[in-house]
Design a binder for this molecule. Sequence first.
Ligand SMILES: [Zn+2]
Length: 364
Amino acid sequence: MKSLWNDKEASGSEGDPLRLRVYTSRLLGQEPSLVLHGGGNTSVKTTATTLFGDREDLLYIKGSGWDLATIEAAGFAPVQLRVLTRMAELPRLTDTEMVRAQRAAMTDPSAPTPSVEAILHAIIPFTFVDHTHADAVVAISNTPGGEARIREVYQDRVLVVPYVMPGFVLARKVFELSRGLDWSRYEGMVLLHHGIFSWGNDARSSYERMIELVTTAEDYLQKKKAWTAVRRVTSSTAHGVNGVELELARLRREASLLRGAPMIAILDDSAEAAGFAGQPEVASIASRGPLTPDHVIRTKPTPLGVARGQFRFRRSLRRGIPRVFRPPRDAGSEAARPGTPLDGVARRGNRGTRPKCQGCRDCR
Ligand SMILES: [Zn+2]
């Protein structure tokens, strides 16, 4: 993975920590293998003068509903840092209480609700903190023996934290693990089955540490031949008026009728997608759930399998709605020839509107 930092682009934000925070957050957001829409979060610690002339430390943390790829300064919520660090010391707190207390500690009531990972960002004693759900890192940690592999990959470069649901419990866990810790000995922190943090006292070093750490994970996967294990097949999908586009349009129509709202259907017949759709065990693999809760936002928990040429859409989709993956009836023959992978059917929304997640707290 390459750093997208550009001195010329960054020069306009020099001396303004929040603008630099916006700049490198967008760099992270441009890379889908780091964060999908709505996932990941970033922060910067600054000092501001209150109405009464007092100086106050603030944490600007990504607000709920903003996408890193398109975030602006208004997408960061300013929260009193001392309140957040004191919250980490509480023995327990429900997530509802936490969200309420975080909102009450905002110095701008019109700012968006702070990320559920705000306390975690607050206790990391560096100016800039970057957090992603990098595919390469979770691919390793989700493998059998994942924790040992992560330690093998990073040695003592990162802190390793067991999986804890994002929110107060995770922040509290990291607070306990890091008591008396010399944070400067570490370049980052891996949250098993969740993602990775990096930090630094300037925007560039925090961002580029993230890129380096993720590149280390990618190199490990390369060494283990993870990329070449991917089955690639040239799709035999026929395009044109009577080809897959017509079938896709029918599927989109039926999905829209069932949903009661206009839907968009997207076709992905890349070699990787066609190879995946044609695997004999595709039903089993595809129904195991996504890599991280982050991916649920985009993909939902389980896909619907529809065999090519058997698009009895309404019936198939009705069966699919209870989130039951049904393998194609002619799965055997699909395996012998490239499948027609339908990437997804999503509700049409305004650009920048995040899909609604029902299943995880990570994306609030
Ligand atoms: Zn996260």
